[in-house]
Ligand binder design. Sequence first.
Ligand code: SF4
Length: 297
Amino acid sequence: MGFEFPPYRPPSEAYSMLIRVTRNCPWNRCAFCIMYKGQKFSRRPVEDVKNDISMAAEVYGERPTMFWADSNSIILKTGELEEILDHTYKVYPNLERITSYARAKTILHTKTVEELRRLSEAGLTRLHLGLETGDDWLLKFINKGATAEDMVKAGRMVVESGIHLSEYVILGLGGAERSEMHARETAKVLNQIDPAFIRVRTLIPIPGTPLHEVFEKGVLHLGSPLGVLKETRTLIADLEVNSEFLSDHVSNYLPVNGKLPEDKDDMLEFLDSNIELLEVDPETGKKLLQPEYLRRL
Ligand code: SF4
């Protein structure tokens, strides 16, 4: 039927109508990522995107939410994005949410707060940003192409525009060696941004990526489950935000979820009891963690 299906979406968009606005990733250099490797970035013509939007209900069945792929569709000109939003709400007047992935550096280079506000008013409700870490050393090491300061600036712009911001963090990203620094610096960045959502994933180095080689060669050593839980504890303990904290990914060892700051004590208590169990009775403690075969799905 000529509809173009996007290859990736966040887990929280599993039930959304998926619209491919751009193809692949214009950066494509993060050391941990294999999603669009070997694929060239391109912008789809706005008319093609609008045609797909008109067909989306036939493909997915009409649903209350929509997600724009691929990795950085905010890169389109503000006027083009407004045209797509306008068309979307004409076709689906009852749509409750439209979301997209975005890169911090792209926001800084291609948008002003005023433009983001225009997009918010036109109905772009949420942006998903890969912070990964707030540790400048680690951001450079993984070739994220943005500093902690860039992350804070871009994140603040989104928050100020009224678009809900979802920031992604990769637990274990700095291995055992960088664990504490990773947690503390990430909390510092998130505290300055105060996003609506903080979503964590736990690192699984993917063969074929530069980061996999780093761990294979022993430049860094993968954190143990206990180490990752302690890192999560440090991160949450340092957070001073008004955010929904979600472990909504199969790679995580434990479902640590809650609203901050209200649920912070409960979340820390949950982590403490599992950390203690892993320390005193590792065999029983391991049984409560997500099994490795499920983490890799
Ligand atoms: S993590 Fe995102 S920005 Fe980085 S290469 Fe992958 S898709 Fe592109």
